[in-house]
Design a protein around this ligand. Structure first.
Ligand code: SF4
Length: 217
């Protein structure tokens, strides 16, 4: 049993890579980039479960998934759990695996050397709110896309380009308690403008910065 902290799972995710994808958001981030829109995933001591439970929860979706995206939080803050999880997903599925990290690529090179072939495409480097934001799949232009396998190149080469309006879509998820959760790469200021638009329509709008996670049992 390998412990892991999890923020959420979702299928399908259509805004973080090609096709209808499994989305895995790990909980906990020690990098804490100013301006991060995922601050609800920063706290590391919540959402405890096991990699086995995560895989069990993903199994019903796997046959229909056209790719897997792992984000967070910071996936590499849980290097052992990430390794176990990706090994198991590799065993169960042939689809591409994209992983986001806020660490510089050089800081991840050891893990990548020790675990070849587990990740097809890596997007590295911390979000920088002062940087321009013009590139597909990236929240700031300092972030780098790395094609680590032939499958990764085949699936993602077309994303190594400037963003187009369609890249700024969101997947919208509704939790049972009424919480709305968005996945995707918003344009700068989209979240603030969304809040203003909702308030103008008479809704109460509270953006979560430390939403508690439900651990899988
Ligand atoms: S690494 Fe990702 S989750 Fe962590 S603070 Fe930066 S943008 Fe947010």
């Amino acid at each position: 049993m390998t412990p892991v902290t999890l923020s959420r799972l979702h299928f399908p995710v259509t805004t973080l890579g090609p096709g209808r994808r499994l989305g895995i958001w790990l909980q906990g981030c020690s990098i804490r980039c100013p301006g991060c829109i995922s601050a609800d995933t920063w706290a590391a001591a919540q959402g405890w479960t096991t990699t086995e439970s995560v895989v069990d929860a993903l199994l019903p979706w796997l046959p229909d998934a056209e790719g897997i995206t792992v984000s967070g939080g910071e996936p590499f803050d849980q290097p052992d759990a990430l390794k176990v999880l990706l090994r198991e997903l590799r065993r169960l599925s042939q689809v591409d695996i994209l992983v986001y990290s806020g660490y510089p690529f050089d800081a991840l090179s050891g893990w990548l050397r020790e675990n070849p072939g587990l990740i097809d495409v890596l997007i590295s480097e911390p979000y920088d709110e002062r940087a321009t934001q013009t590139l597909a799949l990236r929240g700031s232009d300092n972030q780098r896309i790395h094609f680590l396998t032939e499958l990764g190149s085949a699936r993602f080469a077309s994303y190594d380009r400037p963003a187009v309006p369609d890249d700024r879509r969101f997947d919208v998820m509704f939790d049972a308690d009424g919480t709305v959760w968005l996945a995707g790469i918003p344009a700068r200021d989209d979240i603030r403008r969304l809040g203003e638009a909702m308030r103008a329509l008479g809704h109460d709008v509270v953006f979560s910065e430390a939403k508690s996670s439900e651990a899988l049992s």
